[in-house]
Design a protein around this ligand. Structure first.
Ligand code: 5GP
Length: 193
């Protein structure tokens, strides 16, 4: 088991409805030493890629993205969730279905912060059905920028997102891939990587 899998075993809580709670170290209280190890690992996995920008989505991707960004010496841009329909032409917009909140959000990024010169590493905390990632990818494409890779902390391998994104041809690196989890026993099984 790697450092993140060990931490999930120790402190993750399996909830009903295929939800893994990791709020004691990842997306509410944040363990920055753990994030640094994640940054180091992503740096290795995306070695040689000309990454000059990190893109994530609010809120829980931001903390991880900021620490990862230090390893790539690149700024972080986060897509903002917006309920408003009247978005002016200065924004890239994508529709994203939220897995945890079961609602649709528009996510927006200002055109000022993403352009065809950008080589983007997308970072997020979780990958489930892949809606959040698809929204971010479409924003990068709309900007004419390049997706150099996608780094995820925890992929739920029993949901469709990972397969879909890999089939699209992207280098998707998930530090922990949960193959199965049982809310009754709390047991979490990881995919061998
Ligand atoms: P997707 O768009 O891939 O279906 O879901 C990704 C988003 O939903 C992530 O950004 C994350 O915030 C949230 N999410 C999905 N599954 C889980 C989960 O099991 N636990 C937590 N805490 N968040 C999740």
């Amino acid at each position: 088991m790697n450092f993140l899998e060990e931490r999930i075993q120790k402190d993750g809580v399996v909830k009903e409805g295929n939800v893994l709670k990791v709020d004691s170290f990842l997306n509410h209280q944040m363990d920055i030493s753990l994030f640094e190890k994640m940054g180091e690992e992503f740096k290795k996995r995306f070695e040689g890629k000309p990454i000059n920008k990190i893109l994530t989505i609010e809120a829980s991707g931001i903390g991880i993205a900021c620490i990862v960004a230090r390893y790539f010496d690149a700024p972080v841009v986060f897509a903002k969730k917006s309920k408003s329909i009247n978005i002016d032409g200065d924004m890239y917009v994508a529709e994203v279905m939220s897995f945890t909140h079961n609602c649709k959000n528009q996510v927006i990024v200002s055109k000022k912060f993403l352009s065809e010169e950008d080589h983007v590493l997308i970072i997020d905390d979780f990958l489930a059905n892949g809606c959040a990632l698809q929204g971010l990818i479409s924003i990068v494409n709309e900007a004419g920028a390049t997706v150099e890779g996608i780094g995820i902390a925890i992929e739920k391998g029993f949901q469709i997102g990972g397969k879909t994104i890999r089939n699209m041809g992207y280098q998707l690196e998930s530090l922990a891939i949960v193959e199965a989890m049982d809310p009754a026993t709390g047991e979490v099984t990881f995919r061998e990587q």
